[in-house]
Design a protein around this ligand. Sequence first.
Ligand code: CP
Ligand code: NVA
Length: 300
Amino acid sequence: MSVQHFLTLLDLDAASLANIIDRAIELKKMQKRGEIYEPLKNRVLGMVFEKSSTRTRVSFETGMIQFGGKAIFLSPRDTQLGRGELIEDSARVLSRMLDVIMIRTFEHEKAETFAEYSQVPIINGLTDLYHPCQLLADVQTYVEHRGSIKGRTICYIGDGNNMCHSYINAARQFDFKLHIATPKGYEPDADILAAAGDRVQLGHDPFAAAEGVDLISTDVWASMGQEEEQVQRIQDFKDFCVTPKLMALAHKDALFMHCLPAHRGEEVDAAVIDGPQSVVWDEAENRLHAQKALLEFLLT
Ligand code: CP
Ligand code: NVA
């Protein structure tokens, strides 16, 4: 039997993803009630981090502890991965000991190779191309605040990056419309965009993209690995800040999301991220609940 991985939102069918969101909401309630639920007793998650992380690391580790299992943090600095041991070999070895592996890396192909050689599920904890776990949390957060996301219109402002690509895939899987506004030259991958058909509209005017939408989401202008482009990007993205003026164009009940970490005064004004429409702290917390639902789905 082939192993079920979670490298992108397209790895699972829409019904399974919908079940994971419902289950995340339920698991959150169970945890708030103080219920002990340990379906992963004695199971071990390996977490390979080639990039920094606060939320992803803590949410996966906490989730495994709450589920009665354990998580091991694997940094390339102190494993043989950092000394050039092949991904293929590392995947073969690690997957003989661990029950599930999360990987955060640069090239998406690395995560794919890891999955190809792994006997256990591989979860994408962010690559340069996708951030699917974040979208589980974002959709959960939307549903908790506003009900079903199906048929809603979401606006993504900023870089055509891993978050943007995962929003495009989420539009397909959760059946919402997506308006994207990026500066010229920072568009999302053309194939990922084309595969989503006409439910996703790409433009370069943030004000047009925000008109009447139910949610505005943004992300940093320079992602991990693009630090040396920071100065140029601040120039190129200067008209793509989510301001109160931009939020005012959205539906009056519209929410604001950001996967975090955020740069106030760059991609978002403090008045927006710290304002009444922002649900970023619920969104961050929901990484825990959504990934617990994902782990349960993949492992039980
Ligand atoms: N949103 C997110 O993935 O945060 P971290 O980089 O802190 O894990
Ligand atoms: N696009 C950002 C997301 C961080 C969670 C990055 O890749 O750095």
